[in-house]
Design a protein around this ligand. Sequence first.
Ligand SMILES: *Cc1c(COP(=O)(O)O)cnc(C)c1O
Length: 407
Amino acid sequence: MIRINEHYTKLKASYLFADIARRVAAYQQAHPDKAVIRLGIGDVTEPLPPACIEALHAGTDELAHRETFHGYGPEQGYAFLREAIAAHDYAARGCDISADEVFVSDGSKCDCGNIQEIFSTDARLAIPDPVYPVYVDTNVMAGRTGSAADGRYEGITYLDCTPANGYVPALPAPGVVDLIYLCFPNNPTGAVAPREQLAAWVAYARENRAIILYDSAYESFIRDEKIPRSIYEIPGARDVAIEFRSFSKTAGFTGTRCAYTVIPKNLTALDASGKEHSLHALWNRRHTTKFNGVSYPVQRAAAAIYTDAGRRQTRALTDYYLGNAALIRAAMQKLGLPCVGGDNSPYIWVNTGRDSWEAFDRLLNDAQVVVTPGAGFGRCGENHIRISAFNSRENVETALERVAKAL
Ligand SMILES: *Cc1c(COP(=O)(O)O)cnc(C)c1O
């Protein structure tokens, strides 16, 4: 008799964004004449940069002729893209990462979700709270946790991010965790980690033989030159860290799909007998077995981000969203609400001091603005809302006028 993977039954009933969509749909049905503005889900709104569109067209045209046609490519990604990544995202910032340590994929969500399968089922987890739900849920599915009580799963060391610590979590006690998820600039809080803070995490991982999974999907929003964009800017990180990056927020690729994961070749972990194994080799085995590469035109479009025009255009794109973020942040401060993020990040994390679903409902009903209730990201998200800068300037301005009247 076939049975299910019962770990799935431990998951919370619904995905946060499905819950939000249901409430918004119900509101729109009841008020068909009201225009709702979405500053909730973290999806981009502006079109792809022209350099990417040109490369996408040119790449597609190559597929139209036998002489330039491409079938299956290398699972790890084409050399032209891996080399551009290594040169511009790493060598240019003094990080020692080579092209063959880069694995191109169709998204960081998949990579962040899939990476856990190369680690033992009894690996002990450290996961921030609030957090991007993918890190937690994929480990629940894999059976690394007990059941949930009071919004928290048994077996996870939660790293509390609160107003008191500036939303940058403290280190766990020595020797209690093996796999550490970090995300900076953070989703949902928008907080960034100063160099000393990241260095402390790297030192912890080195002393405790732990691995850091570093999600830097939002690094292109960093404007403060003192803030590291990559964990590999910290000396010693090559021995303890895997980094995830995505073109989704950098260049508007949420629907186009392209991202990458970096695994240094010297990164190892032990088996039960104490023998060292290369994580690069394990991930390479997994990636080539379960993944068949990103489409050729999309990889061409991604490589175009690194041309002079592409860099100018993606910078303008992120500047545009950061302009929205600055307006949102200023408006919240004017309302007397403490907030973080929005300066090196497209998210503003607002401490509303009231039940976060209640704040969500109030903004939906009174201002027709959709935000994300903080509680959906974890217990420490209660009393907060996340406002996203991913929308047009006009919509952001209209939304802020309505919010100011409603609150
Ligand atoms: C948007 C986002 C990603 C990127 O996901 P893709 O699958 O590459 O679109 C990764 N991590 C976080 C925290 C994100 O918010």
